[in-house]
Design a protein around this ligand. Structure first.
Ligand SMILES: Cc1ncc(C[n+]2csc(CCOP(=O)(O)OP(=O)(O)O)c2C)c(N)n1
Ligand SMILES: [Mg+2]
Length: 548
């Protein structure tokens, strides 16, 4: 005989799960007891949202779903932003929520909301488990659905009577590897012909190219074909090695220096682009032709309507495409000139001494203290554009940002997950003073778990990005400033170590010292956002000359 919750936890072990994040409620107590007897660690968080961000980041970084747990109603609803984060960001995740018993209703409708219905639009699949015997099959299916392209979250609701149900043993379903079909020869031939005919091809690496398994195949494609490339915000770092073909990152949709390369191209090979990202460039009737290379077909949008597609497992498909075009391309020399201009532009003002420091200087200083494999996890705010534009990455998934749901509050939890997965690598969370405070309670979790982690807070006492947009749109400066706690004392109250940067030159040594030490460090630094308007509006609107 076995119990539903034991079977559920055994099914998680069968999938290789080693941790589960969340806040249990009384409806999960059978599961908690089954976890106690298992190899899986229960990691309590101080808010379910953070648990979901952590589980999603596990999926993002490993390709294997992270798992989070909550109670019914209020706890389950607290997972919903994390569900949307994983859904838009294509991160595999399993959410397990409790529910009152379904065969009896001893508490009438107390705490009951239709969680399945609320999760349906935020997940790939949302199911209630109605019998213990179905658990092995449902859990296996949930992991399959979460992992398969396009990956994303799956929600399972386990009512407490099903969790406590005693049944005869049911065998688990063993997982097995699944290979995806490779793009058909006709599609590869057509794409190869278009690329060979083009005069000025350019590769764009999108969010999908950051899948952990694509690190090698993408780098090999660029190495073999020597086609210059740029990336979207979430495609950053997917080509390893300090490639001299990198043209920049599209943090804006148009008008940035990198768009000079886009405008110069007559063909864009768009690898793994996912239109959940803010458009990296806007397709129009007169622009370059576009070939979409992806695990799945391109969604057709007003701003993205590829002329040809190579659909299939991206790694092997790219190898077959490279076989067809390697050695046949002449790379337009204009790209080389553009490249030095674009990379030169993004170094502007990175050396400035003024205090508070400019975003460019902060990005440069962070790059200085982060080794190539160090991981920077951003929350959402104005600085995200600066990091996306200016922070050079050399290793895949070393700048984790969310350009899909673009939610505030994920910076700290995603960094905590990265630090747990890669304890030997430096991990830095970069947060605005707004976004940090949306999940700052997880400082306690980070300290309790004994993580080594540095959190950098950029203080402008405002929702700076919205304040910037307000100014760009010509509205008066109103309503978007707030006060902050004393962040040093705040960190200390959690048992973390707090630092305040008072001179621009102190930023590098403060970060370096924090990384050399162990434990959770919080560093607060004011930021001078005058550069937002000076560069991202005035300079780009006025000074970008036309291509000759
Ligand atoms: C959960 C959530 N609420 C609101 C927004 C809208 N929003 C985007 S950026 C931003 C301001 C961020 O402020 P802060 O974290 O201080 O960063 P800053 O822009 O000041 O550097 C807001 C309110 C959002 N993206 N996510
Ligand atoms: Mg701010």
């Amino acid at each position: 005989m076995t119990k539903g919750s034991d079977l559920f936890v055994a099914a998680l072990e069968n999938e290789g799960v080693d941790r589960i994040f969340g806040v249990p409620g009384e409806e999960n107590l059978d599961v908690v007891e089954s976890l106690r007897k298992s190899r899986i660690k229960l990691i309590l968080t101080r808010h379910e949202q953070a648990a979901a961000f952590m589980a999603a980041t596990h999926g993002r970084l490993t390709g294997k779903p992270g798992v989070c747990i909550s109670t019914l109603g209020p706890g389950a609803l607290n997972l919903s932003t994390g569900a949307a984060y994983a859904h838009l960001g294509a991160m595999p995740m399993i959410m397990l929520t409790g529910q009152k018993a379904i065969k009896t209703a001893k508490q009438a409708r107390f705490q009951i909301v239709d969680v399945i219905a609320s999760m349906r639009p935020l997940t790939k699949m949302a199911r209630q488990i109605i019998s213990a015997a179905s658990i092995p099959a449902i859990v296996r299916d949930a992991f399959r659905v979460a992992m398969e392209e396009r990956p994303g979250p799956v929600h399972l609701e386990l009512p407490e009577d099903v969790a406590g149900e005693e049944i005869d043993d049911v065998p688990l379903v063993p997982p097995h590897p699944i290979e995806l079909p490779v793009a058909p020869p006709a599609a590869l031939d057509r794409a190869a012909e278009m690329i060979c005919k083009a005069q000025r091809p350019l590769v764009m690496l999108g969010a999908g190219s950051s899948r952990p398994k694509l690190v090698e195949p993408l780098s090999s494609f660029i190495r073999r074909t020597r086609i210059p490339f740029f990336n979207t915000q979430m495609g950053k770092g997917s080509v390893t090695g300090g490639s001299n073909l990198y043209m920049g990152t599209a943090a804006l949709s148009s008008g940035d220096y990198v768009h000079r390369a886009v405008d110069h191209a007559d063909l864009i090979i768009s690898i793994g682009h996912d239109t959940v990202e803010k458009p990296p460039f806007i397709m129009g009737p007169d622009g370059p032709k576009v070939i979409h290379v992806g695990f799945t077909a391109a969604s057709v949008e007003q701003v993205y309507f590829p002329h040809a597609e190579v659909v299939g497992d991206v790694g092997p498909s790219l190898a077959l495409l490279a076989d067809r075009i390697e050695g046949k391309l002449r790379i337009d020399p204009v790209f080389t000139g553009l490249r030095s201009e674009i990379t030169g532009r993004i170094r502007d003002r990175a050396d400035e001494e003024r205090f508070p420091p400019t975003p460019q200087r902060i990005v440069r200083d962070v790059r200085k203290v982060m080794p190539e494999d160090g991981i920077v996890c951003l929350d959402n705010g104005m600085y995200k554009i600066w990091f996306a534009r200016n922070y050079r990455t050399h290793v895949a998934n070393t700048l984790l940002l969310d350009n899909a749901l673009a939610t505030m509050g994920a910076g700290l939890p995603s960094a905590m997950m990265a630090s747990m997965l890669y304890p030997k690598r430096r991990v830095l969370a970069v947060c605005g003073d707004g976004g940090f405070m949306m999940n700052s309670q997880e400082m306690e979790t980070a300290v309790r778990l004994g993580l080594n982690l540095v959190v950098l807070i950029l203080e402008d006492s405002a929702y700076g990005m919205i304040r910037w947009k307000q100014a760009v749109d010509g509205f008066p400066d109103w309503g978007l400033c707030f006060g902050n706690p004393d962040f040093v004392k705040y960190a200390e109250s959690y048992g973390a170590i707090g630092h305040r940067v008072k001179h621009t030159d102190d930023l590098v040594p403060t970060m370096e010292g924090a990384f050399k030490d162990t434990g959770v460090h919080l560093i607060t630094v004011p930021i001078d956002y005058v550069e937002n308007t000076r560069v991202l509006v005035e300079e780009l609107r006025g000074r970008v000359p036309e291509i000759a």
